[in-house]
Design a protein around this ligand. Structure first.
Ligand code: NAD
Length: 389
């Protein structure tokens, strides 16, 4: 890895860039968020910053129903919906009746906005709900996205969008046929350090990108019968769960998709636990022009890196993908961005897109593209051959 060059002039330049980006502008004065979200351009930095947080975009707050009240809904999405400006937590859909009372009390949700998976289709008659956010195990996303679309509700679907490309296409088609928008829960598109990486890579701020490394993993500690360890429900192991952030990170660094993939499964040191999914995997994504991005993902090691090196400089986010505490630096110095609520920004942006009938920057088509790549990575690991995408 290259050494940092901490000359004070260079540091000042990076500080000014950080500042302008934190306020929603690139160094060239272009509204960065307008590149990445449907929020419209604003003329002052202050205004842009406020807009990025979702304020002042006009219209009524849209009602979101969370479908699947597991850890992510409970720990991240519901709390984030207390901070949103364009949408609010209006309803819940759950298969666990024992959860209902607590949620109703905690978030002031009326009975008429509480659904089970059985009566969920009746949501079509509920004007309080504009958007359904699907937060179930991966293989179940398709069913609930399609049912939400048929109920004429806009949809956010958690990552990975599905476990097959066909399912992704079915979900996209259902949303198109019913004239509703579909977005994927790619929260990092709304996080300033990651947005800065998009800018550094895509705009070739340090010249053409030469090297990218991405790794994401954690020591999983779920019960052996958890869906995350079940190929049928999860579609795979750490790659589907957190390696997808590496795929995303590499692709938004470059702003383009790979042409070929090679991959290798890691050894299973706990075969009794990782019965049907991989324990770890490493893969390389090859891009037109020859660049090769190196990635790894694991359920047995803590990591969260997104590193890029260009002709005249480098950048490094570590941790890169967490809900908070993301840290970044470049060859010009530390990134100094405000901590944001990624999920609140993501949902506010989508609500704003729906209200203004503008396309989301993280649509179903992006989710499908990524699932196609994830499955190509598995194919390459399984066959030990280079796989085109
Ligand atoms: P979880 O296990 O905590 O919750 C899953 C929920 O789905 C539970 O409420 C469970 O009751 C429900 N469910 C419905 N049918 C089920 C079935 N047949 N088997 C098991 N559970 C069933 O999982 P989670 O961590 O909340 O993840 C849910 C989704 O959110 C996944 O797609 C995951 O990839 C995604 N997620 C995204 C992020 C992010 O940062 N964007 C973070 C965590 C999870």
């Amino acid at each position: 890895m290259k050494k940092f060059n901490l000359s004070s002039a260079a540091n000042r330049r990076e500080f000014l860039k950080n500042l302008s980006l934190a306020l929603g502008f690139t160094a060239a004065g272009i509204s960065l968020l307008s590149l990445n979200s449907c929020n419209s351009n604003k003329s002052s930095e202050k205004e842009q910053n406020r807009n990025a947080a979702g304020k002042n975009t006009g219209g009524k707050k849209l009602g979101i129903a969370l479908l699947g009240l597991g850890k992510y809904s409970e720990g991240q999405l519901a709390p984030a919906l207390q901070e949103t400006e364009n949408c609010y937590l209006a309803g819940i859909v759950t298969g666990s009746p024992d959860k209902v009372d607590k949620w109703k009390r905690q978030y002031d949700i009326p009975d008429k906005n509480v659904y089970s998976y059985e009566n969920f289709d009746q949501i079509k008659d509920n004007p309080d709900i504009d958007i359904v956010y699907v937060v179930t195990p991966n293989a179940l996303h398709r069913e609930y996205v399609v049912r939400a679309a048929r109920a004429k509700k806009h949809v956010i679907c958690e990552k990975p969008m599905a476990t097959t490309v066909e399912d992704c296409q079915t979900m996209i088609d259902a949303c198109k046929q019913n004239n509703v928008q579909l977005s994927v829960g790619y929260r990092l598109h709304f996080e300033p350090h990651n947005q800065r990486v998009m800018e550094l890579g895509q705009k070739e701020v340090f010249g053409p990108v030469k090297t990218i490394k991405a790794t994401n993993g954690f020591k999983i500690n779920v019960k052996p019968d958890d869906w995350r360890l079940n190929q049928q429900l999860a579609g795979g192991g750490p790659l589907m769960d957190v390696g997808i952030y590496c795929v995303q990170g590499v692709l938004y660094t470059l702003g383009r998709a790979p042409i070929a993939i090679t991959a290798k499964y890691g050894d299973k040191t706990r075969p009794d636990y990782f019965k049907t999914v991989e324990q770890s995997i490493s893969w390389q994504m090859q891009f037109e022009g020859g660049l090769i991005a190196d990635c790894t993902s694991s359920y047995n090691a803590e990591a969260g890196l997104l590193y890029g090196e260009a002709q005249d400089g480098w950048w490094r986010l570590d941790p890169a993908y967490s809900y908070s505490g993301i840290k970044g630096e470049t060859s010009r110095g530390k990134m100094e961005f405000e901590e944001v609520n990624q999920q609140a920004r993501q949902m506010d942006d989508f609500a704003n897109c729906v209200r203004n009938n503008k396309p989301t920057s993280v649509p179903g088509e992006m989710g499908l593209r990524d699932v196609r790549i994830l499955l190509a990575i598995y194919e390459a690991a399984r066959t030990n051959k280079k796989v085109g995408v």
